[in-house]
Design a protein around this ligand. Sequence first.
Ligand code: A3P
Length: 295
Amino acid sequence: MTNTKTAAQPAGNLDPKWGAASLFHEPALLAGFRPRATDVLITTAPKAGTTWMQQILYQLRSGGDESFDNIFDVVPWLEYRRPGVDVATMLRDYEAMSNPRIFKTHCTYEQTPGTDTVRIVMTSRDPRDCCVSYYHHMINLADPIRDRLGVDENATFDDLFERWLAGGAWFRNIQSWWPHRTDANVLWLRYEDMKRDLEQAVDSIVGFLGWTLEPDQKARVLEHCSFEWMKRHNAKFSAVPGYTISEHFEKGGLIRKGKVGDYKTLLSKQQEQRILDQAREMLEPECLVFLGLVP
Ligand code: A3P
């Protein structure tokens, strides 16, 4: 795929492949982005461990730096337009970043710029856990943000389950990336495997990117990417640019529980079945096995 090499274009002229504009998706940023061979894109469905992977890659790149205030300052969200900042300014900021640049994205494969140029680390997570994580994320948001997302302050788990299922982001993400899981520039990791053995995940990322890591740096990376460390430093991970943690979350934050199988606390058997049915409808049998959704 050849990406547009010029600065941002007016919204009206954009190729529809960059997707529809929304609060968290600015197609002009995708159209105007100039990919580099040294870039690393973190791609995920929401709640699949995106922030964890942002931290892992930033820690690897920096050798264990903990001085940053907000993970988005060092690993921006590619298609998210910061409040009050225009697209041209954001693209200039992206151009000014030094190599290797790291970005987070929730784009599908088709919407992602530079898939033939950049390296991509994909993280998947059991959709049932993503759904429950999404619920907690939504109910913990501060009122102004929840209002902007159109989520009722009295929304129940059942309401948010329906919204998550109808939104379909998890299904679209996996469906679009699955055919590319063996592309030479794609590394696909599963949240569940990372939970089991973080060091192995770190080793495979380092090998994939060809980055070097000294033993003392590796020890820092593993410590700073542990759930406990990230939870202790929740404020670094819990607000998109333009907001402080308390403006973003009324209670808690993004680093919540970090468990595999947490869906069992909230999903009914019937809701679980609906997720699995939709997964069966949209994904190949081999993909369902890979994700651990069928025996
Ligand atoms: P839970 O809500 O299940 O706890 P995302 O960054 O894509 O929004 O994903 C957020 C989820 O990743 C949350 O899941 C969060 O707790 C979990 N997470 C973040 N850092 C983690 C870590 N170091 N180890 C395990 N899970 C982590």
